[in-house]
Design a protein around this ligand. Structure first.
Ligand SMILES: [Zn+2]
Length: 258
């Protein structure tokens, strides 16, 4: 096998499923190649060398051989097991949620060093015992940045006016952030965004994680921001997928013209 077919990379397992008698197919997240599908052959046999190391929620050092459909895992070492991350169900579930968001945001075989560093840091924070909600909101806000869809929280998304603390606002994800009270926008399907929630959204854009971890906040404000970010990412990730569909349509049309 020519050596150019072999490569070594850091990786985090995003998804995995059993395949055939003893194999397992995984989605690996790597800094230089984005996400890629890899197969670990014979990994479910008790004597497999790879066996227990190819776990999710850990950083791995993986040697792979390029294959026709899937790259083949040849060696694996656990660099960071992040064992305390798995101590509670909540932080484990949060870690899976963050992995899923990464999976939905990533393109296959497309460099993603920024997003990789973000997921890795989020796992370190969960492992260090930081509040899971704070880690998740911090990650969501930075993920939006990485995707080029940073929410607007300082100016009205319609009229571009700086928002004042004494007016009322609405959170309108399809428009990209906060809408002022003077602009009509789409029909309101929820109550306005509170000033405290707006402040917290700004904090997630501006403060570092240590400062965010130290904030003392009413649970109602945290819940409001959680709902706001969830809506925002749902819209952003769907918009992304729709734009790719459109791109594919355009390409198909261009090809049929030839
Ligand atoms: Zn406005």
């Amino acid at each position: 096998m020519p050596s150019s077919r072999l490569y070594v990379t850091d990786a985090i397992v995003l998804t995995r499923f059993d395949y055939g008698e003893a194999d397992r197919i995984m989605t690996l997240f790597t800094p230089s190649h984005g996400k890629l599908k890899a197969i670990a052959k014979g990994v479910r046999r008790t004597k497999s060398r790879l066996g227990g190391s190819l776990e999710p929620l850990a950083e791995l050092r993986v040697a792979l051989a390029r294959g026709r459909t899937f790259d083949v895992v040849t060696q694996v070492q656990v660099s960071h097991p992040w064992l305390r991350l798995r101590d509670s169900l909540e932080s484990t579930a949060t870690a899976w949620y963050l992995a899923e968001l990464a999976d939905r945001s990533l393109e296959e075989r497309h460099e993603a060093e920024g997003l990789y560093a973000l997921l890795r840091h989020a796992y370190e924070l969960l492992d260090a015992g930081m509040d899971t909600g704070r880690v998740a909101r911090w990650y969501e806000m930075n993920l939006a940045d990485e995707m080029g869809v940073r929410p607007e929280v300082d100016r009205c998304v319609e009229c571009d006016r700086m928002l004042e603390a004494d007016e009322s606002f609405r959170w309108v994800p399809p428009l990209g952030g906060v809408l002022c009270s003077r602009c009509p926008g789409p029909p309101a399907d929820r109550a306005g965004l509170s000033v405290d929630a707006l402040k917290l959204l700004k904090a997630y854009q501006r403060l570092d994680v240590e400062a965010l971890a130290a904030l003392r906040l009413p649970p109602a404000v945290e819940r409001e921001v959680e709902a706001a970010m969830r809506d925002f990412l749902r819209v952003s990730l769907e918009r992304d997928a729709r734009s790719l569909e459109f791109l594919d349509e355009v390409r198909r049309a261009a090809r049929s013209d030839l």
